[in-house]
Design a protein around this ligand. Structure first.
Ligand SMILES: Nc1ncnc2c1ncn2[C@@H]1O[C@H](COP(=O)(O)OP(=O)(O)O)[C@@H](O)[C@H]1O
Ligand SMILES: [Mg+2]
Length: 111
């Protein structure tokens, strides 16, 4: 798998630079996921150091490679339970599995 930066926001953002090591690490984990060994990845760091941009660039590159990328976002002033997860499901046309209560969501997901 090769990393190719696809910047959907080029009219608003500067060119993406650096982060070769992080992109390489994420690409290796994506390869593992393709083999059925998914991971949860936490990206932590100070405000403004590039967490969102790194994830955005990498998710765009996965999109371009044909991965199904689901995107959800936490908002600081939002109190809707599980909003980022619901949003992620909606972004992938999978919102129906989150409705009707947890047991149904669980059985839809596992069936
Ligand atoms: N690798 C990078 N190359 C170019 N610009 C970057 C890079 N990383 C971050 N930026 C820019 O710096 C600013 C802050 O980055 P952001 O991802 O929002 O930080 P964080 O999410 O860690 O608070 C944004 O304008 C973003 O586009
Ligand atoms: Mg951010």
């Amino acid at each position: 798998m090769s990393y190719k930066s696809i910047n959907n926001h080029s009219m608003r953002q500067t060119a993406f630079v650096g982060r070769e090591r992080e992109i390489q690490q994420l690409s290796a984990l994506a390869e593992e996921a393709v083999q059925g060994r998914g991971e949860t990845i936490f990206i932590a760091g100070k405000a403004g150091m590039g967490k969102t941009r790194l994830v955005q660039e990498f998710a765009d590159s996965l999109d371009a490679q044909g991965f199904k990328v689901l995107r959800g976002l936490c908002l600081p002033d939002n109190y809707v339970p599980l909003l980022p997860i619901k949003e992620a499901l909606r972004s992938g046309g999978l919102y129906h599995i989150s409705t009707g209560g947890n047991p149904r969501a669980y059985s839809s997901y596992t069936s």
